[in-house]
Every structure is written in C-alpha cells, then in structure tokens.
Design a protein around this ligand. Structure first.
Ligand code: HPA
Length: 270
C-alpha cells in the first residue's frame, strides 16, 4: 500500500509542479465547484497509476490543481464508492495520495438523505460527526505505522474550528445551514422507510453512501477535516417518496452554489 501511494505521488509530482495545501472532494452533483477553481493543472484519473476509475454518472474522474480562496488546492472531481465494488483501500486511496502531495486540510462534500424532520430538500448540513454503518472500516488489516496509529482517536472527526468558521461565514453571507450527524451506509439501495427510521433513532440527521471511509483515513493521518452535505431527499416518516439518482443529482446541483461559497470562504480563512 505504502509503495503504491508513493509511486502514484511520485508520478503526479513528476507531471505537475504544484504544492497543494488543501484537499477537496466533490460529491454527487457538486462537480461545478471545479468552475470556481482557477485551474493550473488537471489530470484524468485514467492517466494516474493505481487510481481506480469512477463508474457512476454525475461523477467525473479528474484531479484538479488550482487556486481557490487564494490558496493552493487539489480537488478530486469524482470519488469512489464502496457500492461500486471497490475495496475500502481503493475507495480511500486518493485521500492518502492527497496527504502525500502535501495537504494539511481536507474538505468533503456529498449528497445525502435528510432524517431530521426539520430538514428540507436543498438544505445544506455541516457535518458535525458521523456514524460508520458501512459493513467494514478502511483501517482493518495490518496498520501502516507511517500513515498513523493502530487505534486512531475520533473524538474530533470534524474540526471544531472549521465548523465555527463556517457558521460565521454563513451568518455573514446570509446562508442558512443545518448542523448534524451523517450516517454512512454502503448503498447502493436507498433506504426502506424502516431503515430511515432506524438510522434516525440511532442518532443521525442525514444518511449517505460516502464520506465516512475518507474521513476515517484522513483522521488516521491526522488531517483536520470539514464536511458538508446537500440534503437531496427526505427520509422522514410520512414524507418518504420514491427517490432516484437523477433527482439526487439535480437537488445537489441546485444547492451547490451556496456550498461552494462556504467552501471558498472557509479556505480563504485557513
Ligand atoms: N440515502 C442514502 N444515500 C443518499 C440518499 C439517501 O436518501 N440521498 C442521497 N444519497
């Protein structure tokens, strides 16, 4: 694993001379953040050795290097999901590469189903914590001590300072935000009404099929993380209707501009 990470990082460094400070993962329907980045270099995932290739519609596969909020960033436009059949090592590989490229912060976005009855489609939720409901954990197996400890602390999975900064920025710009717990599930099925209810009862405000594995490996490497979800459908009893991937993409794209405004201002503050 370590050799692969180093090989990929060396390949990227040979092709792109750029030292990013901040890593960004663009979730479903949120690829338009890339338009806000002043792009200096970009690489297709297919060109990068050891990188998996994204198979889901709405996820491009491109690594972007550029300037956002006055800072050097590297963005993963398109992520790898466990439901696509990738192993957890594959799902999280790009995050490890970002660390070796030099990032000191990670900002993550996703689309999710709202469970908190106060949430509406199109709301933005700052992720304050998560619950790992994937059937596994990306750190299972022999620990790679060069990356981090055997038993990583998760008491501040989502950086409190960045959450506080996001709150200030939102107040300043008149953007309303929700704050809540994200439950990560494998998918690819959306939840049954009983599953939505269960996930709500155990303490989640939103549910989605990504993010948790990436945050776990990032925290293993001690990277401060910030995450934001777009609520693209609602899993609240009495309000549950049929949901499709297309609707999720559309709702995410509509809420994307405010999410991007927060990300940009947050990065400027780092
Ligand atoms: N459930 C799981 N994942 C999702 C959902 C949902 O309702 N919406 C968007 N991603």
């Amino acid at each position: 694993m370590l050799e692969k990470i180093k090989q990929t990082t060396n390949f990227i460094k040979q092709h792109v001379s750029f030292n990013p400070e901040i890593g960004i993962i663009l979730g479903t329907g949120l690829g338009q953040l890339a338009e806000k980045i002043t792009i200096e270099h970009s690489m297709e995932y297919s060109e990068i050795p050891n990188f998996p290739v994204s198979t889901v519609e709405g996820h491009q596969g491109r690594l972007i290097f550029g300037i956002l909020g006055g800072k050097k960033v590297v963005a993963l436009q398109g992520r790898f999901h466990y439901y696509e059949g990738y192993s957890m090592d594959e799902v999280t590989f790009p995050v490890r590469v970002l660390k070796f490229l030099g990032i000191s912060y990670l900002l993550v976005s996703n689309a999710s189903g709202g469970l908190n009855p106060a949430y509406k489609i199109g709301d933005l939720m700052v992720i304050t914590d998560h619950i790992n409901l994937f059937p596994t954990n990306p750190l299972i197996g022999k620990n790679i001590n060069e990356l981090g400890p055997r038993f990583p602390d998760m008491s501040e999975a989502y950086n409190k300072k960045m959450i506080a900064n996001a709150k200030e920025i939102a107040a300043d710009k008149g953007i309303s935000l929700q704050y809540g717990v994200y439950a990560g599930v494998s998918g690819p099925t959306f939840e049954t009404p009983a599953e939505y209810k269960y996930i709500r009862i155990i303490g989640a405000d939103a549910v989605g099929m990504s993010t948790v594995p990436e945050i776990i490996v990032a925290r293993h490497m001690n990277i401060p993380c910030f995450g934001m979800s777009v609520i693209t459908d609602v899993g609240v009893e009495g309000q549950i209707v049929e949901v499709s991937h297309e609707e999720v993409q559309e709702a995410a794209a509509l809420a994307a501009p405010n999410l991007l405004t927060i990300f940009e201002a947050l990065i400027a503050k780092i």
